[in-house]
Design a binder for this molecule. Structure first.
Ligand code: HEC
Ligand code: HEC
Length: 428
């Protein structure tokens, strides 16, 4: 019980920090939370204790870590990555500490009048100080702000499972994500956007290193006595490099895009349409016969799936009979359930389903250039149910599908809606 307190304090504190620095008007629920937070910290805005990173409570509870193991992970992480006010960039990460300093810390101006604390000023109310996608605004948004910790990114120029390039993230920050609450930050200028991108990579590497450590306890031998080795070799080779190298490799993993085949556009669109509805590409399975995105409902993206599957598991554990258990087993079972319930209530957002895109609205999150569609269809959308067509479709076929997708918002042959249910038409 006691070790949930630091988390609560951090969460409350986060709300009061947010209120002090940004005089936004919040929704009533956020306001109540904020006021409670502020009441707990009557010492005043000026004296807010230093911000801290929140541990990944869902993973810790899922892996059934002992309190001392959780503490060890937190201590190692701080040694490797520092704190939100004082980041560390180990050379193996390849990160630029100068850029991180510009983005990290509380919002303030340095001695030459340069504004620091960019991430907390512009991003943390959605993405959270930790980059866990759980800032105070997050619960009110759909889709939820991105949790960077598992290291999955959606809209990029690299193969499905690869990290985005630095340039991909710059594009996201400059353009925002159309159709979601993620705004454009182009007006901040190149240097600040660059620093923020570096900081996103830092938070993501830190989050993945944390997951790696929490999962590593399973692989320990008896002689390790439930503790991770704290040698630099182990931490760099087993925990940090597997993550950092993936980021460095991304720059060379950009998908090669061949020229669009030289066929008549109408012909290409017709071929694309055939593929869209055919068994090979089977886009119709999810995007629906009307392409309104109503083919497949009730699916989850990977972030929500983790929470959904585990909360279902916890739910069924609640229903397990404890009659046959020994006293110790019963106590252990009860403790696990109590922790799991707490983590699900306090460290996870209510799982939300994902909708395949309505392709008739011309709202594309990852960009609307032909090459953006090519990347999306070739590699699919990482972390979402949208699969990669590479391997199934030839590059020429992908281009035909791209042309068909681009024609969809303008296609009208008088049939659409005539024999469809109102539900589908209303969503147009
Ligand atoms: C108002 C809320 C909000 C703010 C403020 C915000 N974001 Fe986001 N951000 C989102 C949402 C929502 C998504 C997820 C969109 C999706 O999944 O389609 C997102 C996604 C992202 C992604 C993932 C892109 C990808 O390809 O997967 C990155 C990176 C990101 N934001 C960085 C930032 C940075 C850096 C800032 C501050 C400069 C910021 N965001 C500010 C809401 C916000
Ligand atoms: C298993 C279900 C599934 C299949 C099959 C599927 N998609 Fe998707 N698609 C999705 C989902 C879900 C999204 C929304 C992802 C998100 O918002 O993160 C999506 C998004 C898209 C987008 C929007 C990209 C953007 O930038 O906003 C396009 C375009 C698209 N799909 C085209 C296709 C094409 C073409 C095919 C067939 C080759 C296809 N999809 C097959 C589920 C699917």
């Amino acid at each position: 019980m006691t070790h949930f307190l630091p988390f609560l304090v951090t969460a409350m504190n986060r709300h009061s920090t947010f209120m002090c620095r940004n005089r936004f008007s919040l929704s009533p629920v956020a306001l109540v939370l904020t006021v409670c937070g502020s009441l707990l910290f009557v010492s005043g805005c000026g004296k807010t204790p230093a911000a801290s990173f929140r541990p990944n409570m869902v993973e810790a509870a899922k892996q059934r870590l002992k309190p001392e193991q959780e503490e060890q992970v937190a201590t190692i992480l701080e040694a490797m990555f520092g704190t939100p006010d004082n980041p560390i960039a180990m050379p193996e990460t390849g990160l630029d500490i100068g850029k991180l300093r510009l983005a990290a810390g509380p919002v303030h101006s340095d001695i030459v009048g340069r504004k620091n604390g960019l991430f907390r000023e512009h991003c943390s109310h959605c993405h959270g100080v930790t980059g866990d996608g759980m800032g105070p605004t997050a619960a009110f948004l759909n889709p939820y702000p991105r949790d960077y910790r598992p290291g999955w990114f959606k809209f990029k120029s690299t193969e499905r499972a690869d990290k985005p390039t630095h340039g991909d993230l710059v594009t996201i920050l400059n353009n925002g994500i159309y159709g979601t609450s993620m705004p454009s930050f182009e007006l901040l200028g190149e240097a600040k956007v660059d620093a923020l991108v570096e900081y996103v990579k830092y938070l993501s590497m830190r989050g993945e290193a944390e997951l790696n450590m929490m999962r590593y306890f399973f692989e320990l031998d008896d002689e390790d006595e439930g503790k991770l080795p704290e040698t630099r070799d182990f931490l760099v080779e087993e925990i940090l490099l597997p993550v950092a190298e993936r980021w460095q490799e991304a720059e060379d993993a950009v998908i090669e895009v061949p020229e669009m085949p030289e066929v008549d556009l109408a012909e290409s669109i017709a071929m694309g349409k055939e593929l869209f509805y055919g068994n090979k590409a089977n886009c119709v399975k999810c995007h629906g016969v009307t392409a309104l995105g109503d083919g497949q409902a009730n699916d989850y993206d990977d972030w929500n799936k983790v929470v959904k599957q585990w909360s279902d598991e916890v739910q069924s554990s609640h229903e397990v009979s404890t009659k046959e258990m020994s006293r110790e087993e019963k106590a252990e079972h009860r403790e696990y359930l109590a922790r799991a319930d707490k983590a699900l209530a306090g460290d996870a957002l209510e799982p939300r389903t994902i909708q395949p895109r309505n392709l008739r609205q011309a709202i594309y999150r990852g960009g609307r250039r032909p090459i953006d569609f090519y990347y999306r269809i070739h590699a699919g959308i990482n972390g979402a149910p949208m699969p990669a067509a590479a391997g199934t479709l030839t590059p020429d076929e992908i281009w035909h599908v791209v042309n068909y997708i681009r024609s969809l918002p303008y296609e009208f042959d008088g049939e659409l809606g005539a024999d469809r249910s109102m539900v589908a038409r209303d969503r147009l």
